[in-house]
Design a binder for this molecule. Structure first.
Ligand code: ADP
Ligand code: MG
Length: 874
């Protein structure tokens, strides 16, 4: 059976059809689930075809090969590396923006390949044509004078009448002029129009995306849609909502915001506004919590409608794989101090071995012996001590692989994870359970509650649930292909208001990290001597601190901006452009505060005369896009500015992704590498990293698709149980005698409530167990399947479908059992007495990139290393 592939738009309809009507009849469900599996297989087959046939178009088409190669590790990674190679071939002069994104495959693109190919010749590949938007600009300009003559009330009225984009933009411009004293530039309105057309607008830092986005959000709201402006963090959600509120007021649109600390009632209110600003994690957590509601009135969210995503690449690509988790506590946490003590005593030289990529660690023979002795002469490798061995391994991971101030920091007696892509702390974030406790033990902290995962959803699944998606960011083109592939959105490149005159110097590659840091210090000193402000972007918190120390030693006072002083960040950044300022910061992507020359003292011209802000990168990131986010902090709004990246042969990027790079042939006295081959390796390593990360994303996406559909089926059913009396009907049919007996003393309402309670309990339990099963299956299936020459994704689907069918069967059966046995009174069903307790407390967290990756991720990375060899050594 070969079914057409579904796209985001019609997924809902398709699932609704297959959703069970009453008490789920499992044969239906088997069909429904089968369909999704079959759809997927068909999809996989399609892509194989595409790879085989459609590959004539362009060299950069290797993305398709990756898709076809699918789950076999080696093949997938080969493709990733091939993508990098193709990029190499297509483009040897690597500036961040010049790396051409791979073309959409004919098989995947909803609009077919021809149009894409035509676009390649007409404009920047894979981006939309701005001509239709530009055509409206005269009309917008024409309306200006008339709108200026209106009273505020009349302006609000005009907003209500604005049906066309041109009218809307004209009203938006006038509202912003009045409310903020800022008249949106033409280019900002082009961005607004792109967003109103469901696209991601690429606009450089400082171009005024907040305002462009607000006018677009107001436009959607005025056409009756409900808009979530997805912000990067609490601070920006609140800042942007409050900053734009006067504009919204004039346009007659209500606005609200949500932070981590918002109460359920505040959330409900905020979601009720026309436009709601919130961090993506908070929206996700609300969706997850609503999913467990026992009464309709306890829910806070409304159905998703329009998502307008700020820093879209960061949220949609970098964070896409991050699962948001809802957990429930059953028991007290238990910090394994004893184990932490044992691994602390192990000798790193002899007792364990860390993989090259620092993603895995194993006990050696000697280490195992030492641990067994410390544990009281047990044999760890027997069935009996399996649990102990697991605890030991978890403790060893925490001890040897997770580094304080790189992977996590300690504040207020708590372990906080540092987000890899943003270098900031995510307050609710936790490591997977055992590991979190192990880190707490390692640091001698008392353990926080442990619990079981009740549900989880990836950011990608969450965003894909919105029927309409648009966004804005400084760097979208580089991920244009992925945005189309994973979300079906196009990128519109909006030119800057004033031409960018920033000078980006070529990379400076050093032989050793030490030489690199010396060179950085010297460069900072030189710039500082003239009074020129310097912003240094580092790759992690530890490096920030080290470099800051070195600068201080040289008498160069600097401010360090990292995850530890998150709250002060905005104020510090605002001053980064002041005379003589030296600011050291971890990655700048998604920071959302823009740097004005002169800072608050406002002496812009003086600083401009010094050359503007100088941005120094202490290493190339795993993606050129992140490099560009950093350099983009200089030269905003036509200001002068400059950027330069330093790198060393010892940087993680090279040692991980091009580990076999030959030592450079030519090095000068300061340790600066001068031969071109080594520079090539640096760019190559970055492209391999990009390819590997893309493959990991693709893989997760394939696995998550089926789970997403299953979730929808369960949620549909749950919703019916919650809102109707279907539970009582079903249980009554299964247990007519019990129903008769209960009906003698109890009202139908009470009975319906009890039946609902019982059914929801077992359904929620079943789902929690199902997703736990799936996680296990996914981890294990890969190696099993590879060993027998099977397709892991196929195997995963089979297992997932079987487990899913079981879920409904089992929930129905257990509900009937509970209905027969649990005591039911006017107060409802006494589930607690029967040992069927709902979690007493729930909490939420993000699993920010499993620090060790799944087996699949790990395999991809290690094969990536093998394939990432530079030309010289092969
Ligand atoms: P981005 O998000 O694109 O980096 P912001 O939205 O933070 O940029 O805006 C950067 C700065 O530009 C802000 O200080 C804002 O007040 C200012 N700004 C935005 N639009 C205009 C405008 N049309 N005229 C003058 N200043 C503007
Ligand atoms: Mg911004």
């Amino acid at each position: 059976m070969k079914l057409p592939r579904r796209r985001r738009g019609n997924q809902e309809a398709a699932t609704a059809e297959s959703a069970p009507e009453a008490a789920p009849d499992t044969s239906d469900l088997a069909d429904a689930a089968d369909t999704s599996a079959a759809t997927d297989t068909a999809g996989a087959a399609d892509t194989t075809d595409a790879a085989a046939t459609a590959d004539t178009a362009a060299v950069t088409d290797t993305g398709d090969v990756a898709a076809a190669a699918d789950t076999a590790d080696a093949a997938a990674t080969a493709a990733a590396a091939a993508t990098a190679d193709a990029a190499d071939a297509a483009d040897t002069t690597v500036t961040p923006k010049a790396t051409a994104p791979a073309r959409a495959s004919a098989a995947r693109s909803p609009r077919g390949g021809l149009r894409d190919r035509v676009r390649r010749f007409l404009q920047q590949p894979g981006t939309v044509d701005l001509a239709p938007y530009r055509k409206l600009l005269p009309q917008i300009a024409e309306a200006e004078e008339r709108l200026r003559g209106l009273s505020d009330e009349e302006l609000t009225e005009a907003a209500g009448d604005a049906v066309e984009d041109a009218q809307l933009c004209a009203v938006g411009r006038e509202s912003a002029r009045r409310a903020l004293g800022e008249r949106p530039f033409d280019v900002q309105l082009l961005g607004t129009m792109a967003m109103l057309s469901g696209q991601v607008a690429e606009m450089a830092t400082g171009e005024g995306k907040t305002l462009a986005g607000a006018i677009a959000a107001a436009g959607y709201a005025l056409s009756g849609r409900s808009v979530h402006v997805v912000a990067v963090n609490d601070y920006l959600a609140r800042r942007d909502a409050e900053w734009m509120r006067p504009v919204y007021d004039l346009m007659g649109v209500s606005v609200g915001w949500i932070n981590q600390s918002s109460t359920p009632e505040e959330r409900r209110q905020a979601y009720r506004a026309d436009v709601t600003y919130a961090p993506v994690s908070e929206i996700g957590f609300d969706v997850l919590r609503d999913r467990l509601a026992l009464r309709e009135e306890d829910m806070v969210t409304a159905p998703p409608d329009v998502a307008l995503v700020d820093e879209a690449d960061s949220v949609l690509i970098d964070e896409a794989r991050v699962p948001l988790v809802l957990a429930g506590s059953a028991e007290e946490g238990n910090a394994d101090q004893a184990m932490a003590e044992i691994v602390r005593e192990l000798d790193p030289e002899t007792d364990y071995e860390i993989d090259e990529d620092a993603r895995n660690v194993q006990l050696t023979e000697a280490g195992a012996k030492a641990a067994e002795k410390a544990l009281g002469d047990v044999d760890l490798y027997t069935e009996e001590h399996l649990g102990t061995l697991t605890r030991l391994n978890v403790a060893l991971h925490a001890h040897a692989l997770l580094q304080r101030d790189v992977d996590y920091i300690i504040t207020g007696e708590k372990v906080r994870l540092v987000s890899e892509s943003r270098g900031r702390v995510a307050w609710l974030q936790r490591l997977p359970d055992g590991l979190h406790a192990a880190v707490e033990a390692k640091e001698g902290l008392s353990a926080t509650d442990t619990g079981e995962i009740l549900d989880s959803i990836t950011i990608e699944s969450l965003i894909r649930s919105y029927p309409t998606l648009c966004g804005m960011t400084g760097t979208a083109v580089a991920v244009g292909e992925q945005l189309r592939e994973f979300y079906g959105v196009e990128v519109a490149v909006i030119p800057p208001n004033l031409p960018c005159i920033r000078e980006d110097e070529p990379d400076r590659l050093y032989e050793t990290a030490e030489a690199k840091e010396d060179a950085i210090t010297q460069q900072v000193a030189e710039a500082h001597a003239t009074g020129r402000p310097v912003l240094i972007g580092t790759l992690d918190v530890a490096e920030s601190e080290r470099l800051a120390g070195q600068l201080e030693d040289e008498g160069l006072p600097c401010v360090v901006l990292n995850a530890k002083n998150d709250a002060e960040e905005a104020a510090i950044i605002a001053e980064a452009g002041a005379r003589e300022a030296i600011t050291v910061s971890t990655q700048m992507a998604g920071r959302g505060t823009d740097i004005k020359l002169g800072g608050s003292s406002g002496d812009r011209d003086e600083i401009a005369g010094l050359g503007g802000l100088l941005v120094i990168g202490t290493g190339r990131h795993e993606s050129s896009r992140l490099d560009y986010q950093l350099s983009g902090r200089a030269g905003r709004q036509g200001d002068p500015g400059g950027s330069v990246f330093f790198a060393s042969m010892e940087d993680d990027l090279i040692t991980q992704f091009a580990p076999d790079t030959a030592p450079p042939d030519e090095v000068d006295d300061d340790g600066l590498v001068t031969d071109a081959g080594a520079y090539w390796s640096l760019g190559h390593a970055q492209r391999v990293a990009e390819g590997v990360n893309l493959e990991i994303h693709r893989n997760t996406w394939r696995y998550n698709k089926l789970i997403e559909e299953q979730r929808r089926i369960v949620l549909d059913h749950r919703d019916k149980v919650l809102r109707t009396d279907i539970a009582l009907k079903t249980l009554g049919e299964r247990c007519p005698e019990r129903l008769g007996e209960l009906s003698e003393t109890l009202d139908e309402d009470v009975l319906a409530g009890a039946a609902r309670q019982i059914t929801l309990y077992h359904l929620d339990r079943g789902w929690a167990e199902h997703i736990a099963d799936l996680a296990d299956v996914r981890e294990g299936i890969h190696l099993r399947a590879l060993g027998r020459g099977l397709d892991p994704l196929d195997e995963f689907h089979k297992a997932a479908v079987a487990s899913f069918n079981n879920l409904f069967d089992q929930a129905a059966q257990q509900s009937a059992e509970s209905f027969e046995t649990v005591s039911i009174s006017a107060d409802g069903a006494d589930l607690g007495a029967a040992g069927l307790k709902r979690p007493s407390a729930t909490w939420t967290y993000l699993v920010q990139d499993n620090p060790f990756g799944t087996d699949i991720d790990r395999a991809l990375r290690s094969v990536g290393r093998l394939l990432g060899r530079p030309r010289s050594s092969s």
